[in-house]
Design a protein around this ligand. Structure first.
Ligand code: ADP
Length: 265
């Protein structure tokens, strides 16, 4: 809050009044600071893969291209970094569209439980055997008003993270609980967990608990930030619970559709 204070005087210089102007500049400054931080983050995030690629390409140009052992490895790194940059730029574009409210959600009445089963089935087919999915889903049809593709993106992000951080032989529990007028959806893993003071931060853009580690996994640090925007665009909330060393649970809510088919959610 900024306060400006001045006195009002008459022609004999005697004080006849005071003027105080109090303006709330904190919110504006906060937004401005966040914007600056964001631009700085984006630059850093893009510079890292670019410098890596530059040095690999230089080595190749300087003669390593002839080295049959090294050349394919260097090219592979370059390719992975390029792919990660493309993912990052796509994520950034999606966030920017959401910021500008350009992204229109294509919401429709959808049955959530079968959708969730379908997503888990897909993961089960591709995931290494070391991970077991446990489904705790109600045995009934529950309808929500959602943009299916976007909801799939949210759950994909959450489950991909759970897989990334799961130990060998870990279980991932996918649960849906029907509450009064909403669904509580959660995905729990048995991974390393997240420290209590970092639990909210993981939904911030570019935040990673361990930069080196997630970079190795090809993460962009934007997945959960996008998930948060998308869940909120569906009038839900998203948060995390964790016990360090024991595991993490990501939870989100979705309003249930009433029995009557109302579309004005
Ligand atoms: P990333 O692309 O790095 O995975 P996310 O936005 O999806 O970006 O996640 C942000 C950070 O939150 C991750 O880098 C990781 O440090 C932490 N995180 C997310 N999910 C989990 C989990 N299931 N277990 C432990 N840490 C997690």
């Amino acid at each position: 809050i900024r306060a400006a204070f001045s006195t009002v005087t008459d022609d004999r210089d005697e004080i006849t009044g005071f003027i105080t102007v109090i303006s709330d500049v904190t919110e504006q400054e906060k937004i401005e600071q966040e914007r600056r931080e964001f631009v700085s983050n984006v630059s850093h995030e893009l510079r890292t893969p670019l410098t890596t690629m530059k040095s690999y390409i230089e080595a190749l140009t300087d003669g390593e291209w002839k080295n049959e052992e090294i050349a394919p490895r260097f090219l592979e790194v370059t390719q992975n970094e390029t792919e990660r940059m493309i993912r990052m730029v796509n994520d950034l574009l999606q966030l920017s569209k959401m910021d500008n409210k350009e992204q229109q959600l294509q919401k429709e009445r959808s049955e959530f439980i079968s959708l969730f089963h379908h997503i888990i089935d897909r993961f089960e087919m591709n995931v290494p055997e070391k991970i077991t999915f446990i489904r705790e889903l109600p045995n009934e049809k529950l309808f929500v008003y959602i943009d299916k593709d976007k909801l799939i993106q949210v759950i994909d992000n959450i489950i991909s993270n759970a897989i990334k951080y799961s130990p060998e032989g870990g279980n991932i529990v996918c649960r849906v609980v029907k509450q009064r007028n909403q669904l509580l959806v959660s995905v729990s893993d048995e991974g390393m967990g997240i420290a209590y003071d970092k639990l909210e931060k993981i939904f911030e853009r570019f935040y990673r608990v361990d930069k080196a580690r997630t970079r190795k996994f090809g993460g962009t640090g934007l997945g959960l930030a996008i998930s948060k925007e998308l869940v909120e665009a569906h009038h839900g909330k998203i948060w995390a619970k964790s016990k360090e060393g024991k595991g993490t649970t990501i939870l989100f809510t979705l309003p249930l559709m009433g029995k009557k088919r109302r579309y004005n959610v």
